[in-house]
Ligand binder design. Structure first.
Ligand SMILES: N[C@@H](CCSCCCCC(=O)O)C(=O)O
Ligand SMILES: [Zn+2]
Length: 408
């Protein structure tokens, strides 16, 4: 961090709102630089210009943080199920390039760089603490060498893996944000949200929350439980939330254990979720609700594009004392439509039009909601279906998975 920049905790301690970036993987997949399935970020070496461009779009949209594009860049993930990124490019090169690119763009503004780690195949396979922490260490060493401004852990499904990660992260002395991808049903082993929040606080996280898997409403429901649990234990921590950019109302159904898989439990995941995409107006409501709950690190995750982040920054412009640069080409609540040639479109240059609009899907045969695949909702670590492997999933393995899905 250049010495002139104020650090993440200094900003949060002074009550500042931090607008988070996020959704990098899905943005890059839609642009043809990431392959869904492996979801790994070797594009930092293969297409650095595309990574730079997206960082720049998030910066322009008002993001105060450039997460290194190192999500799913642990070596075991880069060589999982037929992925050749580890052999062909290498974990170190991918993570180093990500640090260079994030720093380059962060320095074009007042943004901070967050070194990003996440869940690992080694943990799911039950390979144990030493193996898992070695995976984290390889990435963290690169973040320390590049002097990232803070560390962020994301998409931890199991609180125990988050604790193992926090041990490695804490040793760096850098501020830490830790996000689990859980809803009010708790982690994948059934550990309650309350217990998860307290355990990651005690394990050293300075900023605590959730990311991904669920829409803002579901995430904020979980955040409320986390906040109350931390307050009850007298654990003063900053709160961070980075929800998915797709509506997941099914996951508010407390009777269904399948909620634990979040949006990945929906048949549309990951290729047919467009009808569920949040609008910029949903983002205004989310940002306001999060702010009113006392959350001050308000970001984004999969499905969200820079214009979604701009909406967070525009909703909180007064609190932040500024609009983002990209607001030069936008006016909140449709006001820019005053300049349209069609009178019927100009008529929509009103907040009242957009604030109350219930967008239709345009698909006459689509139902509003979907049954969650309930049979997968309680997967334990090292369950036979959670064991990972170096080789590509075979046709025979696929048939077995499909049969399991049908018969459970
Ligand atoms: N900060 C990251 C978060 C990614 S969350 C990715 C979820 C992937 C789900 C899956 O593995 O299918 C990003 O912005 O890409
Ligand atoms: Zn995500």
């Amino acid at each position: 961090m250049s010495s002139s920049k104020r650090g993440i905790l200094e900003r949060l301690d002074s009550g500042e709102v931090i607008v988070g970036d996020g959704g990098f993987l899905f943005c890059m997949e839609r642009r043809g630089y990431v392959k869904a399935g492996v979801w790994t970020p070797e594009a930092t070496v293969e297409h650095p210009e595309a990574v730079l461009q997206l960082h720049r779009e998030f910066l322009r949209a008002g993001a105060d943080v450039m997460q290194t594009f190192t999500f799913y860049a642990s070596d075991d993930k880069l060589r999982n199920r037929g992925n050749t990124a580890s052999e062909k490019i290498g974990c170190k090169r991918i993570n180093q390039a990500a640090c260079d690119l994030a720093r380059q763009v962060a320095n074009e503004g007042d943004a901070l760089v967050a070194g990003n780690i996440c869940q690992t195949p080694s943990y799911m396979s039950g390979l144990g603490k030493e193996v898992v922490q070695r995976e984290f260490q390889e990435q963290i060493d690169i973040f320390v060498k590049n002097d990232v401004d803070f560390l962020i852990g994301e998409l931890f499904f199991y609180v125990e893996e988050a604790e193992w990660a926090l041990e490695v992260m804490k040793a760096t002395g850098k501020p830490i944000a830790m996000c689990l991808n859980i809803c009010s049903a708790g982690d994948l082993e059934g550990v309650s949200v309350e217990e998860c929040a307290v355990r990651i606080a005690k394990a050293g996280a300075d900023m605590i929350g959730v990311n991904c898997y669920y829409d803002p409403d579901v995430c904020l429901e979980t955040m409320k439980i986390m906040k109350q649990a931390l307050e009850k234990e007298g654990l003063k921590r900053h709160l961070i939330v980075q929800p998915m950019g797709y509506k997941t109302p099914e996951c508010l159904d407390h009777t269904n254990p399948a909620r634990r898989m979040g949006i990945t439990g929906l048949a549309e995941f990951p290729y047919a979720m467009e009808t569920r995409l949040l609008t910029r107006f949903d983002m205004h409501k989310y940002a306001r609700k999060a702010y009113d709950m006392g959350i001050r690190y308000i970001g984004a995750c999969c499905g969200m594009e820079p214009y979604h982040v701009r909406a967070i920054a525009e909703e909180l412009a007064k609190e932040r004392g500024k609009l983002p640069p990209a607001s030069e080409k936008h006016a909140p609540w449709g006001d820019a439509l005053r300049q349209h040639t069609y009178p019927w479109v100009r008529a929509r240059a009103r907040r009242s039009h957009w604030e109350n609009l219930q967008p239709t899907s345009g698909r006459p045969f689509s139902s509003a909601l979907r049954e969650l695949d309930s049979q997968w909702g309680n997967l334990k670590v090292a369950d036979k279906n959670m064991i990972q492997q170096k080789t590509l999933t075979t046709d025979e393995e696929l048939h077995k998975l499909a049969a399991y899905a049908e018969t459970h």
